[in-house]
Design a protein around this ligand. Structure first.
Ligand code: GDP
Length: 198
């Protein structure tokens, strides 16, 4: 599945721009700067696929990537909580995210990225609420595990586990990753392969 690089298909600013729902999609969501672009690049082994950049104008779209070897589509969601973005833009992309997450029939799972230095914040909780309400499957991926020291990481993990334990439904186990040190990527790939098979 990850043998060949992924290709960028398009950026969507409206639901109507999305490609047809003709193959399995997984989406990656998280606050801006959580390490989403780095993770997508590392996971797919495709350098420069998702932009490792925090420029608001370029990150307000649903960016669509497709595997060249299998019927898998990756949707890179706009990073949330970007402090400097104008309010009307925030509203526009909050609506886009909401519509996508709650109304996409081929969306198989959302990977919700949580920063390994901090644990979840209010925005992450909001996203988990929406996903639980819409009964969309999601899995937490802790990012940048190489950055915090051991006790900081343990504290962030404990907070993350507590936040997930509070959810009304059960969720798959938390995956610990570092794009920098290539930790957890094989586990994440294995999870995605399993989704493709079932
Ligand atoms: P995005 O805004 O969520 O797409 O985040 P980026 O992928 O652009 O990463 C934000 C910053 O965190 C960049 O400076 C990255 O180099 C850094 N970063 C991302 N992943 C890792 C990681 O696994 N380890 C470390 N140490 N830094 C990372």
């Amino acid at each position: 599945l990850f043998a060949r690089p992924f290709v960028f298909i398009k950026g969507c600013v409206r639901i109507a721009d999305l490609p047809p729902a003709d193959r399995m999609e997984i989406a990656f969501a998280g606050r801006s700067n959580v390490g989403k672009s780095s993770l997508i690049n590392a996971l797919t082994g495709t350098t420069g696929l998702a932009r490792t950049s925090n420029t608001p104008g370029r990150t307000q779209e649903l960016n669509i990537f497709e595997s060249q070897s299998d019927a898998l589509r990756i949707v890179d969601m706009p990073g949330y909580g970007y402090a400097r973005a104008p309010e009307d833009k925030v509203k526009q992309w909050t609506r886009l995210i909401h519509q996508y997450l709650t109304g996409r029939p081929n969306l198989r799972r959302v990977y919700v990225l949580i920063d390994g230095r901090h644990g979840p914040n209010a925005n992450d909780a909001t996203v988990m609420n929406e996903l639980d309400k819409a009964a969309v499957s999601y899995q937490i991926v802790v990012t940048k595990a190489d950055k915090p020291n051991k006790s900081e990481l343990e504290a962030a993990l404990a907070k993350t586990r507590a936040a997930v334990a509070k959810r009304p439904a059960a969720h798959p186990e938390i995956i610990l990753t570092s794009s920098e040190e290539k930790v957890g990527l094989e586990q994440l790939r294995a999870e995605i392969r399993q989704l493709m098979e079932h």
